[in-house]
Design a protein around this ligand. Sequence first.
Ligand code: 6PG
Length: 450
Amino acid sequence: MNNWGIIGVGRIGLSMARNMSSKGISLSLYDKTFQKKSDSIFKEKKLYSDLKKTFVFKDISSFVKSIKKPRKVLILVPTGNPNDSVISNLIKILDEGDILIDAGNTNPVISLKNKLKTKKNKILYLGMGVSGGVDGVLKGPSIMIGGDINAFNQVKDDFSLITSKTIDNTFSFDLFGDSNQGHFIKMIHNGIEYVEMQLIASMYKLLIDSNNYNNQEIAEIFNEWNNSEQKSYLMDISIKQILEKIENKYLIEKIDDVADDNGTGRWMLNYGIELGCSTNMLSSAINTRFISKLKDDRSKISKMVNKSSKKYSVDTKSLSKAYQFCRLVNYIQSFCLINAANKDYNWNINISKVLNVWSSGSIIKSSLINDLYSNYSVENILSDKEIIKELNGYKPDLISIITLSLENDISIPCFGNALNYFNSISSKTLSTNMIQAQRNFFGSHPIKIN
Ligand code: 6PG
C-alpha cells in the first residue's frame, strides 16, 4: 500500500511526484493518458531515479485501492472540465475519511462547490494552490491551502518534507481558512505575477525601443538591480530570457508577440469588481494580453499611424525608482483586495502569513516580499506612513518615465495605472462629487452631503 496518490502526471504532476518520492513518500500515480501510453511514464521512471517510490496504475479503481487508508489523493489536473470530471469520479470511489486535495489553479467559487460535493460522502477536502512551476515544484513549492483542519493535520508532516524554508524559518505552506481561501490566495498570487511580469516587459520595451541599448546592455541594467533590493525570481528569469540565443539570434526577438492566460487573473479582476476594490494595474496587464491577440489589426493600424522613431535616452536610475513605485502599488492593491474579502466574506486571511508562504518556492518570491513582511504594516497597508512617503519620493521619477513613454509613443502598461491610483488615493478631493450630482440629476439618486 502506498502513502499517497497523485492524479494528473503532466509537467507539474511529474515534478510533484519526483519531489515526494525523493523524500521517501511512496506514491500511486494515475493519469488518463496511461491507458493509452503508460510507456511514457516508464521512460520517465528510468530517466529520474527519484521516481523509484512511484507505482503506475492504468485504471482509477486499482489506483485508489493501492493507497493506504485514510487515503490522501492529490489532483494536479488542469482547471475546467478535466478537473471537474476527475473530482466527480473520485468522489464516487473514495471512502469516508479519505482526503481529496485539489491542487490545480481552481476558481475559488468552484473550490467551495467541490467541498460541498465531497462533504456529502464524508470525504475531507483541501483546496490547494501550488506555485513554483516545474522547477519550483520539484525543489520546494509554495503551497496555499484552504479547508478542513483535520485533513490539514494529516498532511502537514509530509508537506514539511516537500516544501522549502521561508523568511520566518518555517516551511512554505500554510492553512488559510475554508476550502476556497487557498485557491483565493493563489489567484491573488497570480494577479501579482501578471503585473510584475508586465512591468518587466514594459521596461524592456522602453529600453530596447530607445535604440540606445542592446539586449546585453539591458540584461546588465536589470542584473544590477537584481543584485540589490530589487531581486526577484521573475527578474532573474527575464534576464536569462533576454540573453537566450537561438541560431545566433536573440530568442526574445523571434518569439511571437502574443500572450495567453489561464484565467486566474480574470477571476481576480472579477473579485475586485464584486468587492469594489481597484485592481487597475492587473486590469492593464490582462488587457495588454488581450490586445496582443489582435495581431493583424495591430499590424494594419500601425501602418496608418505615424509614430515617433527617434532615438531617446532613458535615465535608468529613474526607471528603477518608477519600477519600485509600481511594484509597491501592485502589492497595495492586492492587500486591499484580501482585506475587502476578509471583511465581506467574514474571512480571516493574515497577510503576513501569506507573504511568508510566498517568500520561498513561489514564482513571485523576491526581496520585496521579504521587505514587506519585515518592515511594513501589511495588514493595514494604507495606514503605513512609510510606504506613502516612499511612493511620494519615487513619484517624480515615475512621472518622468511616463512622460518619456508618451513623447515616444511607447506603450508601457501598468505604469500609468499605478500613478493614477496613487494620485487618487492621496487626494482629499476626487471628481466624485460631480458623479453624485450627475446621478442625482438623471436618476434622482440621493445626494450625500459633507
Ligand atoms: C505558478 C504560476 C502558475 C500559472 C502560470 C501561468 O505560481 O506556478 O502562477 O500556476 O499557471 O504562471 O499562468 P497564465 O497562463 O495565466 O499566465
